[in-house]
Write a protein that binds this ligand. Structure first.
Ligand code: PEP
Length: 254
């Protein structure tokens, strides 16, 4: 049985002064749902406030990116050592917005994810096809390439610190959600590909989240699918009640 994991991706939306109230609101609204891992991935500048607010609650702090080098002349970047020192537990890697706007490639995803995992943090590695790729019948090709290139060199032991997020780009922030069947089909492909990379047993234990306009109203049917082990949530993670609604659905899922 894989424990469900619901992670919020705040993106560039919540200020440091707003962070404690949101984390505390989420912690309060979800305190009965002990069978779900709850994560808030925040902008770097919010991390100290998020770590402080998470203390003593079941909410775990996360970051939205990390660099692969340990230190050095990389203006604007943040190392995994800095994140560990700050108290972060999870790091989102390869979000489609980073791929689209910040020249993230499968190669840089691989370097970042490897550094995150080697630092003892859990990497939430995002994969997903664009609408043009889906329409061209290239879903399998794109997902398998992103997985094989992005996770190159990782071992079965490394997979213990890995979460995959399937985020069809056409569903992110658009209000358009993949159907449970569409999502399950890709999640099964992700698990099969993971099995080829790290072995079937390790792949069975990896949580695979769905992300793309997940809300309290559609979470239950998505989370009921065999290979959907949680959600990576953008818009609905910015309010305690909507995020808690998704966590309640995860807590009730079989
Ligand atoms: C995301 O950014 O990871 C995401 C899934 O966003 P939204 O929930 O707003 O579609």
């Amino acid at each position: 049985m894989r424990k469900k994991i619901i992670a919020g991706n705040w993106k560039m939306n919540i200020k440091p002064s707003e962070t404690a109230a949101l984390v505390k609101g989420i912690a309060e609204a979800t305190k009965d749902f002990t069978n779900v891992d709850i994560v808030c991935c925040t902008p770097a500048i919010d991390i100290p406030a998020a770590v402080a607010a998470c203390a003593g609650t079941a909410v775990q702090p996360g970051a939205e990116n990390a660099h692969w080098e340990a230190s050095g002349a990389y203006t604007g970047e943040i190392s995994t050592g800095m994140l560990v020192d700050a108290g972060v537990k999870y790091v989102i890697i390869g979000h489609s917005e980073r791929r689209q706007y910040f020249a993230e490639t499968d190669e840089t995803v691989n370097k970042r994810a490897t550094a995150v995992i080697k630092a003892g943090l859990t990497a939430i590695v995002c994969v997903g096809e664009t609408l043009a790729e889906r329409d061209a019948g290239k879903v399998e090709e794109v997902i398998v390439r992103q997985m094989k290139e992005g996770l190159k060199g990782l071992s079965a032991a490394d997979a213990a610190n890995l979460v995959i997020a399937y985020e069809p780009v056409w569903a992110i922030g658009t209000g358009r959600t993949a159907t449970p069947e569409q999502a399950q089909e890709v999640h099964a492909l992700i698990r099969k590909t993971l099995g080829e990379l790290v072995g079937v047993d390790a792949a069975e234990a990896v949580r695979i989240q769905y992300g793309g306009s997940m809300k309290p109203g559609n979470a239950a049917e998505l989370l009921a699918q065999k290979d959907i082990d949680g959600g990576l949530i953008g818009g609905a993670a910015l309010k305690a009640d909507s995020f808690a609604g998704i966590i309640a659905a995860a807590a009730a899922a079989k």
